[in-house]
Design a protein around this ligand. Structure first.
Ligand code: BDR
Ligand code: CA
Length: 313
């Protein structure tokens, strides 16, 4: 059984690994990529998304640019982690094809209209602005056509990574995340509670180089850059590929543990804006709206990821 997905993304080194993993996996049918301003501005993430599908030998996968800023707040980027172009570390050629001329939101609505009920999953790997817009513009369509949402985002046990109490994807657009988490659609969150513990193996860069392919070289170069900036910041020796961990959940849920609980988004407090408040112990009667993932067999996951990346050109 394949799962049909739309990847909403802001590449981003770990987004790149997630997209490559999806394109290398026969269990996933990727309808298209939608992009959102996040790690770097919209025009750059859209060009990067094209670079990645072309690297994977899949220029047929369409890339639709979406929101160029959060719903209510000014744009926020993560150049300190991802560099000026977002996927620094490899000598990327310019994309051979431009992104599609249509807005991601229009395309998502059309793609869902054409889909069978409960047949498409959304995989947001960046700020959730495009999903928030979709759920405001076509809430009934989304509820009818979507199978589930599997998102990389959030932090509870791990505090935060872009603010003391907030993870980047939620912090950038907390209002959009509040719409997504409140939509009543099956939702899985892969937060940094899980991904921060899923560090890549120490041998990851040589392993990628040993693939001997252009994909292996690009991935090794990206990983070197991503690891250097992250290690400086966090005092680590390897880094987790957050978004790729979320994609791995779609492929290998048996490697993950978590709990179905209530999760709400803080949108008011200056101190903890963008925090994901998880009712882990079920202390409130609020609905259990989210499967909150906390654990992962990282060694097996990265070994399987490497096998998949080895199938790309
Ligand atoms: C998330 O923030 C971004 O910088 C990464 O691409 C990932 O989606 C991790 O907090
Ligand atoms: Ca991302």
């Amino acid at each position: 059984m394949t799962e049909t997905i739309i990847i909403d993304t802001d590449p981003g080194h770990d987004d790149a690994f997630a997209i490559l993993l999806a394109l290398a996996s026969p269990e996933l049918e990727v309808l298209g990529l939608t992009t959102v301003a996040g790690n770097v501005p919209l025009a750059t993430v859209s060009a990067n998304a094209r670079r990645i599908v072309e690297l994977a030998g899949r220029p047929d996968i369409p890339v639709f640019p979406g929101a160029d800023r959060p719903l209510l707040r000014p744009a926020m980027h993560a150049h300190d982690v991802h560099g000026d172009m977002g996927i620094n570390g490899h000598d990327w050629p310019p994309p051979r094809h431009p992104p599609e001329g249509r807005h991601a939101l229009d395309w998502m609505v059309e793609a869902l209209e054409a889909a069978a009920d409960h047949s498409v999953s959304l995989v947001p790997l960046g700020p959730q602005t495009n999903l928030g817009l979709l759920l405001r513009r076509a809430p009934d369509l989304a509820r009818r056509k979507l199978r589930r949402i599997v998102a990389m985002g959030g932090a509870y046990f791990q505090g935060g990574n872009y603010a003391p109490a907030a993870e980047f994807n939620i912090l950038v657009d907390p209002e959009a995340a509040a719409i997504v988490f409140g939509a009543g659609i099956e939702l899985v969150a892969v937060p940094i509670d899980c991904t921060n513990l899923a560090l890549t193996p120490e041998s990851w860069i040589p392993d990628l180089l040993a693939l001997g392919s252009e994909t292996g070289r690009a991935c090794a170069g990206m990983m070197r850059f991503f690891q250097e900036s992250g290690n400086r910041m966090h005092g680590t020796t390897t880094r987790p590929l957050h978004d790729a961990v979320a994609m791995a959940y779609l492929l290998w849920p048996e490697l993950f543990t978590g709990r179905l609980c209530n999760v709400e988004i803080e949108t008011a407090s200056e101190l903890s804006l963008g925090s994901t408040v998880v009712d882990w112990f079920g202390r409130t009667p609020r609905p259990r709206n989210c499967l909150w993932i906390t654990g992962c067999d990282a060694a097996t996951m990265y070994a399987r990821m490497l096998q998949r990346l080895a199938t790309l050109p």
